[in-house]
Design a protein around this ligand. Structure first.
Ligand SMILES: Cc1cc2nc3c(=O)[nH]c(=O)nc-3n(C[C@H](O)[C@H](O)[C@H](O)COP(=O)(O)OP(=O)(O)OC[C@H]3O[C@@H](n4cnc5c(N)ncnc54)[C@H](O)[C@@H]3O)c2cc1C
Length: 565
């Protein structure tokens, strides 16, 4: 049986960072559903935050100001000690990555360049043109190759194996052979990314189904603050590919069909660089009030930046517009609309990435520490992945080094794999029922129509009911054809089961939270309610049903204030 000390599930930035910081004397492997360099991290465009103070305007910046902006941006739901830790670690982390070889863009005097981003008091976002995630992932992957980190790619983890309250491995579906196999480990780190594909419009990659979050939930670990879903203001219409916030950071304007820069009405000082929740709602409001184009989108105008700046700072934006929108932003405004972008909530872990399940850790977008609270600031997610990825690698190593060697659970792991294979066999044995893509489409429609940017009790309750009906349909799912190798149908059905769980948790948390905070906007409760709701939502699975609990938010020195921009 394949056995390692530590299994890292996920080859994006969080997984690579964890693998690179784990104790090199331990046997470690990365498991990933795709090649690590196909992870969604490579799509990150705009940059990564750290208070380096490299720009003229940013000379007075420091990590505490970064922490304050993060906490205010989170609408005071972030745990403040965690946000402080992330922002303090940001500065050495950027220099460490520079030393590993990340080719950051430079200022005229040769320092790491920094651009303004939404909700930030200073230009604080370090970048490599608009390909930041790509270059960081390539650099970390090179380091992983140098250290001969073992990678099992094209392997979908379908289950966590828990024996006597401890995580002892995973079950995988190996796409290349079609086998369902156990893999044994003394610690498992999940770095499985977000769940954007539960919405119709999303900037996320096709692989972002969030199965990791669902697998942890099924293994008994609580999910935290799942009702907080980030909608990015600017995805290109109608394909919903991201147009980075860097485009506004470099000076782009948002205009409605009257040619008016409407952000003046919503965030008069920050304008286009207000936090994402506010800008996304403003755009949607303009469209809903008939001031958009074709009842769908507004314009992001970059023309005044000029071709030279666009080509230097935003080359991928221009390329995306040319290839997917058929327009050149040098000459034409970009049609944009909000789309799902990021999952603030996730697997409940503490600031050391430790979960309630012994031997199980989580980091990156799949985890909720919580540093982003109710709304994440642009440039803080890449930071979260590397800072907490490293911590997860260290913590899991400490845990494993403190364990006594124990063998003899092969039989248990094999039985778990057999049970997983039996589910696949059931789908293969049916000759009719629902197919994965139909089920997924039904789910996406419900989430987009009833649990989107603006929410109400009525719609959320309807969504919950619809999700439970879709779950019944999943019980009758089938696969036509018998091929087990590279079966997208198997992958889809495994993942779909977890997506139903996630959407139930998102919707339930949103229905119960009768206030508006950050990305969670309730039309029927339009105010933030600190007396009633300054707390984290925790949902765990008890006897097959979601059970909800709450936990206080950790406050250090930043008392909640009204959020104005
Ligand atoms: C278009 C776009 C642009 C962005 N731009 C920025 C930006 O400029 N700045 C910023 O800070 N943030 C940005 N973000 C957010 C940020 O990129 C992500 O939050 C972050 O990269 C997530 O990294 P991760 O390592 O947690 O997960 P990912 O990079 O998503 O990797 C997940 C990994 O898990 C694996 N996996 C998942 N499920 C399974 C399973 N069941 N079995 C096996 N393997 C599995 C996948 O194969 C993959 O390797 C952007 C996001 C998008 C979508």
């Amino acid at each position: 049986m394949i056995t390692h000390d530590i299994l890292v599930v996920g080859g994006g930035l969080a997984g690579l960072s964890a693998a690179l910081t784990a104790d090199p004397h331990l046997s470690l492997a990365i498991i990933s559903r795709v090649h690590p360099l196909r992870s969604h991290s490579v799509a990150a465009q705009g940059g990564i935050n750290a208070a380096l103070g490299n720009s003229q305007e940013g000379r007075d910046d420091n990590w505490e100001k970064h922490a304050f902006d993060t906490i205010k941006g989170s609408d005071y739901l972030a745990d403040q000690a965690a946000a402080e830790l992330m922002c303090r670690e940001a500065v050495p982390t950027i220099y460490e990555m520079e030393h590993l070889g990340v080719p950051f863009s430079r200022s005229p005097v040769g320092l790491i360049a920094q651009r303004p981003f939404g909700g930030a008091g200073f230009p604080r976002t370090c970048f490599a043109a608009d390909r930041t995630g790509l270059v960081i992932a390539h650099t970390l992957y090179e380091q992983a190759i140098k250290r001969q980190v073992k990678v099992y790619d094209e392997a979908l983890v379908t289950k966590l194996v828990v024996e006597n309250g401890r995580c002892v491995g995973v079950v995988i579906y190996d796409l290349a052979t079609g086998q369902v196999l156990p893999m044994r480990a003394r610690a498992v780190i999940f770095a499985t990314g977000g769940y954007g594909r539960v919405y119709l419009r999303t900037t996320n990659a096709y692989i972002n189904h969030g199965s990791g979050i669902g697998i942890a939930y099924r293994a008994g670990v609580a999910l935290k603050d799942m009702e907080f879903v980030q909608f990015h203001p600017t995805s290109i219409y109608p394909k919903n590919i991201l147009i980075t916030e860097g485009a506004r950071g470099e000076g782009g304007y948002l205009v409605n069909n009257k040619g008016y820069r409407f952000m003046a009405d919503y965030a008069p000082s920050a304008m286009e660089l207000a936090p994402r929740d506010i800008v996304a709602r403003s755009i949607q409001t303009e469209v809903d009030k008939g001031r958009g184009f074709e009842d769908e989108y507004v314009h992001l105008d970059l023309r005044h930046l000029g071709q030279k700046k666009i080509d230097k700072r935003l080359p991928s934006v221009r390329e995306i517009c040319l290839k997917f929108g058929g327009i050149d932003p040098v000459e034409t405004p970009i049609p944009i609309q909000p789309a799902q972008h990021y999952s603030m909530g996730g697997i409940d872990v503490d600031v050391r990435c430790v979960s309630s399940l012994a031997g199980f850790y989580a980091a990156g977008e799949c985890a909720c520490v919580s540093v982003h609270g109710a709304n994440r600031l642009g440039g803080n997610s890449l930071l979260d992945t590397v800072v907490f990825g490293k911590i997860a690698g260290q913590e899991a190593s400490n845990f494993v080094n403190g364990l006594e060697l124990k063998d003899g659970n092969e039989k248990f792991l094999l039985d778990e794999a057999v049970a997983e294979k039996a589910k696949v066999d059931t789908w293969l044995s049916r000759s009719g029922g629902k197919m994965a893509h139909h089920l997924l489409n039904d789910l996406k429609v419900v989430m987009s129509e009833k649990a989107g940017i603006f929410r109400t009790k009525k719609e959320l309750a309807e969504a919950l009911e619809a999700i439970r009906e879709i779950r019944d349909d999943y019980g009758r799912a089938f696969i036509s054809g018998q091929c087990l190798r590279y079966s997208q149908a198997i992958v889809n059905l495994v993942e779909f089961g977890y997506m139903v769980d996630l959407t139930e948790v998102i919707t339930l948390g949103a229905l119960l939270r009768e206030e508006t905070r950050g990305s969670h906007y309730r039309l029927d409760f339009p105010k933030r309610d600190d007396a009633g709701w300054l707390k984290h939502t925790l949902v765990s699975l008890k006897d097959g049903k979601p059970e909800v609990a709450y936990r206080d938010v950790q406050i250090t020195k930043y008392q909640p204030q009204e959020r104005k921009y």
